[in-house]
Design a protein around this ligand. Structure first.
Ligand SMILES: CC(C)(COP(=O)(O)OP(=O)(O)OC[C@H]1O[C@@H](n2cnc3c(N)ncnc32)[C@H](O)[C@@H]1OP(=O)(O)O)[C@@H](O)C(=O)NCCC(=O)NCCS
Length: 179
């Protein structure tokens, strides 16, 4: 890494109910406001999360969190049976950023979603960060969504995820409230 920080050894595991307060504090600290923590809370409690992971130290302290929520394809066109998720938000405690925690979480999430048979992951975020995991703004141009531009990226996990496009999608309701 450019600032020469060592990677911290982390363990990645699914979120459990006892993590609720710790994740809320972490997401609030990462974004320096509670808007994204509110989004996580609503996504979790409306059942939109397909996968929610935390990264912890070997002693169990939570350092990072990522959530993947269900995205619904419109009932038309080649993409209507694709299994699609949205990766958001991704959070790492400020003092533990740039030490590989976010990358470990994102790579673990991608791997688990591929194993679960998911076809496509969407993300909205820094174009300087997400392409290193394979996210591509060009692929996302084939996804008709309320988002566009270079910050809107897609990663195909299956052949269908590349082939059965274009697709029109709707995000979980908490994202509409979030805009
Ligand atoms: C974005 C975030 C999750 C990355 O986690 P992390 O553990 O710091 O990231 P890693 O250590 O795995 O990767 C570090 C690399 O990501 C880059 N990076 C981190 N945040 C970035 C950003 N907002 N824009 C561009 N690049 C970024 C760093 O420059 C570094 O690059 P390098 O490897 O070339 O030096 C974390 O910084 C964070 O929680 N930020 C605040 C919340 C946020 O903006 N989340 C993303 C939008 S949902």
């Amino acid at each position: 890494m450019s600032d020469a920080q060592e990677k911290i050894p982390v363990q990645i595991r699914p979120v459990v109910a006892a993590d609720e307060t710790g994740v809320k504090e972490l997401v609030t600290a990462a974004f320096d406001q509670d808007t994204e923590a509110g989004l996580v809370h609503r996504l979790r409690h409306c059942g939109a999360f397909v996968l929610e992971l935390v990264a912890t130290t070997t002693h169990g302290r939570i350092l990072g969190h990522v959530g993947f929520s269900r995205v619904t394809p419109a009932d038309v066109g080649p993409g209507q049976s694709l299994a699609i998720t949205c990766m958001a938000p991704v959070s790492v405690w400020p003092e533990f950023q740039r030490q590989g925690v976010g990358s470990a979480l994102i790579e673990a999430g991608i791997s688990r979603l591929r194993d679960m048979g998911e076809d496509l992951i969407l993300v909205l975020g820094p174009p300087a960060y997400y392409p290193r995991f394979g996210f591509d703004a060009g692929l996302a141009r084939k996804v008709k969504a309320p988002y566009a531009g270079n910050a809107f990226m897609a990663l195909a996990l299956s052949e269908d995820g590349t082939r059965n496009l274009p697709v029109e999608v709707g995000f979980a309701t908490p994202f509409q409230e979030f805009e």
